[in-house]
Design a protein around this ligand. Sequence first.
Ligand code: ADP
Ligand code: MG
Ligand code: MG
Length: 870
Amino acid sequence: KKWVYLFSEGNADMRELLGGKGANLAEMTKIGLPVPQGFTITTEACTQYYEDGREINAEIQSQINDYIAEMEKITGKKFGDKENPLLVSVRSGARASMPGMMDTILNLGLNEDVVKVLAEKSNNPRWAWDCYRRFIQMYSDVVMEVGKKYFEELIDKMKEERGVKQDVDLTAEDLHELANQFKAEYKEKLGQDFPSDPKEQLMGAIKAVFRSWDNPRANVYRRDNDIPYSWGTAVNVQSMAFGNMGDDCGTGVAFTRDPATGEKGLFGEFLTNAQGEDVVAGVRTPMHINEMEQKFPEAFKQFVDVCKTLEEHYRDMQDMEFTVEHGKLYMLQTRNGKRTAKAALKIACDLVDEGMRSEKEAVAMIDPRNLDTLLHPQFDQKALKAATPLGKGLGASPGAACGKVVFTAEDAEAWAERGEKVVLVRLETSPEDITGMKSSQGILTVRGGMTSHAAVVARGMGKCCVSGLGDIVIDEAAKKFSLGGQTFHEGDPISIDGTTGNVYAGIIPTVDAAIVGEFGRIMAWADKYRRLKVRTNADTPTDAKKARELGAEGIGLCRTEHMFFDPERIAAFREMICSDTLEEREEALAKILPYQQKDFEALYEAMEGNPVTIRFLDPPLHEFVPTEEAEIKKLADAKHKTVQEIKDIIASLHEFNPMMGHRGCRLAVTYPEIAAMQTKAVIRAAIAVKKNHPDWKLVPEIMIPLVSEDKELKFVKKTVVETADAEIKAAGSDLKYEVGTMIEIPRACVTADAIAKDADFFCFGTNDLTQMTFGFSRDDAGKFLNAYYDTKIFENDPFAKLDQVGVGKLMKMAIELGRPANKDLHIGICGEHGGDPSSVEFCDEIGLDYVSCSPFRVPVARLAAAQAAI
Ligand code: ADP
Ligand code: MG
Ligand code: MG
């Protein structure tokens, strides 16, 4: 089997095998761009490495060795050679790009002998020792997992001793000494000498890159981005281009369009006399890419041409890494650039207008998960104008974030867990901070440019970020900073604007976002190409209106129990629960009826004649009873009972397993009067609204929850139909209505043919269906799911991403049994999954008629539905 490919043997279509980076290095080679040559070890080799118990087997090792010989031929240099040594980078590169998540090692192939020759022959000892100390640093960190910080401390100490501020101010001798200190540190930490054999170094590095596929931050990133663990990473071994050989050298990163706004034009950063990650690590503040023109006119001109070629070739915005060595340009990476949701929409529309992409392609280019961020509140422009910014950094990732200041990723997580909104303020962020960044409303950093770690990761997450606010004086240890004459301590409120980079004291009010401009254009195209309808889960007129604005085509789930918790109604409902006779119960229910009717009227109004599905009471009754002494007393008085009698009733409602207890349609079986009251409310409301809007096609859909047996549905439906028909007749109306059921118990899926005969519609309640199918409750699963992720038993939370294999199979079965039994049956989904893009795609595939999701997910579902259809 072929495990290794030269760059010249691959192309962009081989991304599964070569990873994104490898495939694009091959493609750039193919179209004749200046790429330092090398080879790619396939993702299959990574999978094999894990299968072999984290070892690189003999066959793969021998192919790697063959390809080194190949590479030596191509470059005319030799590994470990003292005359003309080959130095390489060893770079990770998965199928989907995971910036900063895995590891890279530069300058591999150096040892004491080689570096001395290099120093002498190049007449550039500073460069040679700089490479060597970087290599020791990276190798120790990545391969041997000696913490980075020990080396950074040594560098800081050296800089202090020499009285210099920046790495570049250290001399050749300083760097030489640093390299010695590093090696001593290595020996002290690991009890062995730093390896000097380049082949040994190489195998170690390759192994480390494979291993980095499984590091914690990569695992978190994959889960967040739906990247399967099984893919593995490829490894690229590439000969070095040196940007750190002097002032006629440098390294940079650039985008062909602005990744924050989507604006066309070269966007990026450049550092002279620097290597690798210096630009993104924020070690020195880089210069704007356009300044490169003055320093390196030739290379710059060539680079501009390369940008044009690449953008036209890939027909998308490119994110590139390059290095200039003695004035000569080398391309090190290109990929379709990560971008904010706002930029994604603008770029997609621009590419259509520029004739590079079709509407369908434009729709397919947008990651639906990112839309979320556009729907988040924006600063109220009036309030913003009235406020005076304390300082201005770079608007690195747009959005509005307000919250309390925290200084560490751990604090951000802990505070967020307590329900606090926080803004993470750091000198600079590193990949270890990723979970803390996720928990924050926004991120503010003192150092770093537009391509710094914080900026890149924040944009990827759709988090607001202001970076490089150098005016901040921060004391991370003491958890405080000052800016614009004010001092902020942990917990102080702050607002940051990721669009302008402005930072404000206190909380600035925000307003809701709207679908306009490019967002509107893309959504209109999406609507044109999708088949699935998109409804919303809404219980209040406010939610319903919001969802309508966001494009909902109806309500797929109204949870009526939420309407019972209102203080006025809960009293009546508690009286109902504590009644002894049917009459008493009906009397209490009659008090609730007008409230429910008003609720439903408001929902119908908000939905403007679109379908509205109302689910009847679902939770167990004990969720409604009072727990406080005073409340119990009040209820006792109202019912003319003793406190003890009420307590006895409450105790009698206790259940060992309420999730599988007396709830759903079982309530309607024991208390048909509840279903009768709800039916009256649904029908009366519809008749009333129809009077005002005779042109609306108002057909209320009554949904019976938790059905597991056809006779159950028949029984409840009888009450519903009798009540509804009587109401309609009494009102002299011609109202139509439907009665359907939720499919959320495995038995309902299995017996769906029988159930379908009595149901006008099915709606998959995949929250319950998931917990009933797996047999664990979603309220308790949090305790052990993390262990399931760590052991790779699960890659995702089945409550967030539909389990297509198991739960999905039950859904398919229900559809295949249900449709032939009732040809008019319409089918939807209203679990949390209705707003998850990959689940929406599955719903399209199995032929559902609609998905229903929370209001802010509606645009996500519309786009995902279009992508499923394209
Ligand atoms: P990441 O995926 O985290 O960006 P990369 O593998 O792209 O990691 O490399 C990290 C840094 O090292 C980048 O700045 C890259 O341009 C630089 N680099 C990688 N390989 C070489 C090389 N052969 N010559 C010079 N610089 C390199
Ligand atoms: Mg890179
Ligand atoms: Mg349910």
